[in-house]
Write a protein that binds this ligand. Structure first.
Ligand code: SF4
Length: 411
């Protein structure tokens, strides 16, 4: 059935993230559309909790006033950070974008504000905007990631019928790499019994490495009870009926989070770690792609999760170091309250360094004392590099009138 575009007005566009996510780095998430023509059978955006009306794949709401609203919202942003264009309840580069060009307008605003961007898509339409991504990259950082969970085009057609072919996505990774953008792959969800098999994962990582991607994040699949589960199970029944019984066992607990049996998650994680080790690809966004592009406390929080991952902390949601990183980010948010001035966030950065050097960071932030050494060591590493953090204000952006803040300034 062809898609119907319903034009709507949105009150807000930039969805502030409580904390910067160590996998995606988004300080703000943007949903320019609601619903997605890519029609992935496993798409979580279908779940009732997201309240997308009508048929998720064909009734596409278009937020036509998004550029005006976003311009107003970004004007108030004072901290450096990444705008995440992707994920949520739409793909910003679905076919509707060829007509409405909201993603392109959003990138123009990101560029004007001097922010960084992480674009995550399954569509080759993003090729149209490589010029803008290059311009953003020249001032800040642009990362172009493709959501890509395999290389088997038959599976792609069955489970992601509206998305671009896998080969197209790999071609664009090469192209983006040539342009100097950060590039990566979000290999999720790996479909149980299909793209999660060792040979399939190894094949995917080989292709990603050959394409020159900077990183690949691997993740399993959640299937939330309700329409999300019904849609995915219907697709499995249609294309792979032999797997239905296994899926029923895997998701028998009907957890509201949609998580599968915990034993499967552990096995999959081990498999992914082994495959990553063989491939030599980083399993997280490399530091060089976000160094100095986040507030100090967020950069530290992200790096702590990455260190935890490197050290083999178990569980997709991480362990002790991840929790320490979250605690630091939450502490900073509490300190900032509703104040979002340059002075306020610099003060919080300074206080963080001060607490660490006084040896009272763990106590003040309620972090496990045993982690104090690691937290302090990473913090000093970030500070020592002295990378300039850009400011974002109505007076800065493309026409900066004052020098950017250096982290060394907090010494
Ligand atoms: S591309 Fe993303 S948002 Fe669109 S249907 Fe697929 S998973 Fe959902």
């Amino acid at each position: 059935m062809p898609a119907r575009y319903l034009e709507i007005s949105a009150k807000s566009i930039a969805r502030p993230a409580g904390t910067v996510d160590p996998w995606f780095l988004g300080r703000f998430g943007l949903n320019l559309y609601r619903g997605c023509e890519h029609a992935c059978a496993y798409c979580e955006g279908r779940a009732e909790r997201y309240r997308v009306p009508g048929d998720f794949s064909t009734d596409i709401q278009v937020k036509t006033n998004a550029p005006e609203v976003l311009e107003r919202e970004l004007r108030g942003v004072r901290e450096p950070g990444f705008v995440l264009l992707g994920g949520g309840v739409c793909d910003a580069y679905q076919p509707a974008e060829a007509v409405h060009r909201l993603a392109r307008r959003a990138l123009e605003l990101v560029l004007a504000r001097g922010l960084s961007v992480h674009v995550l898509t399954k569509s080759a339409l993003v090729e149209r905007d490589l010029d803008l991504l290059g311009a953003i990259n020249a001032k800040g950082q642009a990362i172009l990631s493709f959501s890509l969970n395999g290389t088997d085009e038959r599976l792609r057609a069955q489970y992601e019928p509206g998305a671009s072919p896998f080969a197209e996505r790999l071609r664009l990774i090469r192209r983006a790499k040539e342009l100097g953008l950060g590039t990566g792959v979000m290999a999720m969800p790996l479909l149980p019994g299909l793209s999660d098999q060792p040979a399939a994962v190894a094949d995917l990582l080989r292709s990603v490495r050959e394409a020159g991607a900077d990183f690949v994040c691997l993740g399993g699949m959640t299937v939330r009870p309700g329409i999300h589960k019904r849609t995915y199970f219907a697709a499995i029944e249609r294309h792979h009926p032999e797997l239905v019984a296994g899926y029923q066992r895997l998701y028998a607990e009907h957890r509201s989070s949609g998580s599968p049996d915990a034993r499967y998650s552990v096995r999959l994680e081990e498999r992914c770690r082994a495959a990553l080790a063989t491939s030599g690809l980083p399993g997280r966004i490399p530091w060089r792609l976000f160094h100095g592009k986040l507030p100090l406390y967020a950069e530290l929080g992200v790096l702590l999760e990455h260190r935890g991952f490197e050290q083999g902390e178990r569980g997709w949601s991480g362990g002790r170091l991840t929790r320490a990183g979250m605690a630091i980010q939450l502490w900073a948010h509490q300190r900032l309250g509703r104040t979002r001035s340059h002075a306020a966030y610099r003060e919080v950065e300074s206080e963080l360094v001060w607490l660490s050097r006084m040896g009272t960071l763990t106590e003040s932030l309620g972090i496990e004392p045993a982690l104090g050494g690691t937290v302090g060591e990473i913090l000093e590493q970030v500070v020592a590099t002295g990378v300039a953090r850009p400011e974002c204000s109505p007076f800065l952006g493309s026409e900066a009138t004052s020098p950017p803040v250096s982290v060394k300034g907090v010494r």
